[in-house]
Design a protein. Sequence first.
Length: 159
Amino acid sequence: MKSRAGPFTALAVPLALALLTVPGAGTKIVYAAEKGMEPPPMKVEVVVKDREKGYEVKGPSMPGVLTQLVIRNEDSVTHGFTSTLFKGVPVTLSGQGSEVQGKHFKSFHLEPGKTMTLSFTKPPTEDFDTMHYVFWCDIHPEVKGELLLVESRGEIGGG
């Protein structure tokens, strides 16, 4: 008498064998921070074209990660770039801009047609919240823009 496997057994055994041979199955995911490596910087592009449109901002950022603000002045006049974001946060300037220490805020000036990069890491907060920062031109206060630093913690799907 011949023994025949049922439909469940016929599918379950090959599926189980396939899962055992998948590379990485059952292993722990190790993030770059655990290995001592830092994630790549997050780039945010900021362009000022004229005083009426203000700043155009493109790109994401998060607290705790190196952020590089790449600022291009496509206007015909010098513009400044300042924000409360820079208060108490070390900022490294590279490129063609200059740092100006104001009475209340640090500012960075950029001549027409030039580009500068501001690099910083905003520490995470205890609130796990989105941080909203306004920035403006200290030379032309009507030129404004905004940057959101989105902070997300926990497991995907809650939990």
